[in-house]
Design a protein around this ligand. Sequence first.
Ligand code: FPP
Length: 237
Amino acid sequence: MKKIPNHVAIIMDGNGRWAKGRGLPRIAGHKVGADSLKECVKVCAEIGVKYLTVYAFSTENWARPKDEVSFLMGLLADTIDREVESLNKNNVCLRFLGRLDQFSDQLNGKMRASMDKLSKNTGLNLNVMVNYGGRAEIVDAVNEWVKEEEGRGEGKLITEEKISSHLYTKDIPDPDLLIRTASEMRISNFLLWQIAYAEIYVTDVFWPDFRRNELSKAIESYGSRERRFGKTSEQID
Ligand code: FPP
């Protein structure tokens, strides 16, 4: 592969449709989706992607049927229990980002403990966005900044740098490549601020089927793009 993105972000979509197509309950799709995530983490670490950010649960996903929400919470907890040792062995630095305090104390504790355990690792940075919304994140960032400013007196204006440096992702570079599976042409409140210049790749493949080969295709496609960041082609050459 000619050009490897530093940061890959993924909207993992299509678990429900994958399951329906096989006459299975939606939760079966989520379960197999967890295996796709595991494979993508492995491949990203192998090929030298430095940051992988995945959308695991949105601020809007609470509105899904109760059974599905509780299955997803259980899957998160089980995946942490099952994978944390292997992630640690593979030098992965794990972060859960979002409004974590709205989860049960038990799940919240699990997420925080696993982050602490893996926080010194220097390999792939895996960011799992949970109870995450792009708008909520910007609101949280501005509120945090306002609180800091109150302590320092008036007269300050917000800037792009100040918003960036108060987001959940403050010390994470912006994504280079945003992948969305299952063909939907939308952003769904994911990383609204950070994807300003990300290259977007949408595939028909459902998330449970998104494995090594599909990730390679996305990265190949990224390699063929010309990123201009608002400049002209000539300026880039
Ligand atoms: C989207 O498919 C997927 C989700 C809302 C949940 C994502 C969760 C996983 C991939 C499980 C693995 C992740 C972790 C961190 C354990 P959908 O249900 O919206 O599919 P549909 O659009 O076909 O209904």
